[in-house]
Write a protein that binds this ligand. Structure first.
Ligand SMILES: *Cc1c(COP(=O)(O)O)cnc(C)c1O
Length: 466
């Protein structure tokens, strides 16, 4: 047999017609998902046995049907999850993604987008710089702030702590009892000494009081310790309450403390006219999660640091094999701990540019309005009690007469029903119900029917013998 000079067959090839046919199938299946979502459960949790029975099995040594694999992905694996984009998903923090962002993400994935070195991804790097600058200016952050788009608030806040420590030195880290738990975990993971971490109590409004911080700072100075970083929260996850950023910023300036503001959840409200977050311009670092309230598919979290060059000074590396691709305006792998990086800015840039900041501000404002509407319904109901008012899309409420365990049970039963998903939380030591309402596609009727279901379920739980 003559030796062939032809290239060997591409073992991983998918014929172009097949890619096209199934690509269209993926698009159609996604559209069907979005269209039928309001009529399907807000969350579905299956058992491992059930799921692994359909998705697992022996190692697939030989090929399997792609049609079948895609159907299993769509109908089994991706069905069994919380649908953060469901109009009655009010649990934890929803993720009301937007179709424009999905298109940006698809294209970036299809073109194997990378945002690492300038030479290796100058286009994606520019998207990231542009999106971050647009957001920085629209939010009112310091004009010097430089940033990066990371995976989530947990990593972005931890990255901020690493930079703050590198730039400002180790010392006492101040958190509040409402600071997101991922921040204490991040501090622990980066080796922040536990005896240099203070968790300060918030006031009756779940806000960190400047005089509480001032007293803690005085005590630490008297003990010859050095106050270093304060984490303030712009919209805490429990209640939506926002710390008094301006007063905390004054205090931080006087005491030479690095002010980090965690706006992972609530930051986008600063894009709503009339809801500007005063004090952001003097934050030393700031985090906002576009996969929460800026209509992005998972994952995307923005971090900005106001001091120019701080991220690069903290995270630059210069290995031999990267020397010939260094030297553009930015190598994004030098602004955080990731080297190979997905371009999370492709979808974000497309979203910001396509909808525009006016429409995005209105869509965020709609969540604020919906939560106020729900607060009104609860306030009008003799069987319900508002615990914390609607703040940045979140409100908590109680069913007088039910104890802590019964509140948790109501949340679980309502969620198991599938019509809506909500969770319970603890406010001032009491277990209550919580709604996080940030999906602009949620209707007033969605809120009315959910509260009716809560009332029916509460009546059932109340009647159940202990
Ligand atoms: C969700 C949240 C975080 C963590 O963000 P992830 O994207 O889930 O990692 C941090 N801080 C606040 C205030 C949050 O709401």
């Amino acid at each position: 047999m003559p030796v062939s000079s032809d290239p060997p067959p591409d073992l991983l090839d998918l014929p172009e017609e097949e890619l096209r046919r199934l690509g269209y199938w993926v698009v159609d299946r996604t559209i069907e998902h979005l269209r039928t979502l309001p009529d399907r459960p807000a969350i579905t949790t299956s058992s491992y046995d059930e799921l692994v029975g359909r998705l697992g099995g022996p190692i697939p040594r030989s090929a399997h049907s792609l049609d079948e694999g895609l159907a299993l992905l769509a109908d089994v694996a991706l069905e069994a999850q919380q649908h953060g984009d469901h109009p009655r998903y009010f649990a934890r923090v929803p993720g009301p993604s937007s179709p424009v962002a999905v298109l940006g993400e698809w294209l970036a994935v299809g073109m194997q987008a990378i945002a690492s070195s300038w030479a290796g991804g100058s286009g994606t790097a520019t998207l990231e710089l542009v999106a971050l600058d647009w957001l920085r200016d629209a939010l009112g952050l310091a004009p010097t702030a430089e940033g990066i788009v990371l995976t989530g608030g947990s990593i972005a806040n931890t990255t901020a702590l690493i930079a703050a420590r590198a730039e400002h030195g180790e010392g006492v880290l101040y958190l509040s009892d409402q600071t997101h738990s991922s921040i204490a975990r991040g501090a622990r993971a980066i080796g922040w000494p536990p005896d240099l971490i203070r968790v300060l109590p918030t006031d009756s409004d779940l806000r960190l009081r400047p005089d509480t911080v001032a007293a803690a700072v005085r005590d630490d100075i008297a003990a010859r310790l050095r106050p270093s970083v304060l984490v303030a929260t712009a919209g805490n996850t429990n209640s939506g309450a926002c710390d008094d950023l301006l007063a905390l910023a004054d205090l931080c300036r006087e005491a030479s403390i690095w002010l980090h503001v965690d706006g992972a959840y609530g930051g986008p409200t600063a894009l709503v006219p009339g809801h500007e977050l005063r004090g952001l311009s003097v934050a030393d670092s700031f985090v906002l999660d576009p996969h929460k309230w800026l209509f992005q598919p998972y994952d995307a979290a923005c971090l900005w640091v106001s001091r120019p060059g701080a991220l690069e000074r903290t995270f630059s590396m210069h290995p031999e094999y990267l020397t010939d691709i260094q030297g553009g305006p930015v190598d994004l792998h030098n602004r955080g701990l990731e080297l190979s990086r997905h371009s999370r800015a492709a979808k974000l840039w497309l979203t910001l540019r396509t909808y525009g900041f006016d429409a995005l501000g209105q869509a965020i404002g709609r969540g604020i309005e919906l939560a106020s509407y729900a607060e009104g319904l609860i306030g009008d109901s003799p069987q319900l009690e508002v615990v914390t008012p609607a703040q940045r899309g979140i409100l908590t409420f109680a069913v007088p007469g039910l104890d802590d365990a019964q509140h948790a049970e109501v949340a679980a039963l309502v969620t198991a029903d599938g019509h809506a998903a909500l969770t319970s939380t603890v406010i001032h030591g009491r277990r209550v119900l919580r709604l996080c309402i940030i999906n602009p596609r949620t209707t007033h009727e969605d809120l009315r029917s959910t509260l009716e279901l809560v009332l029916d379920t509460a009546a059932q739980v109340n009647d159940l013998p202990d």
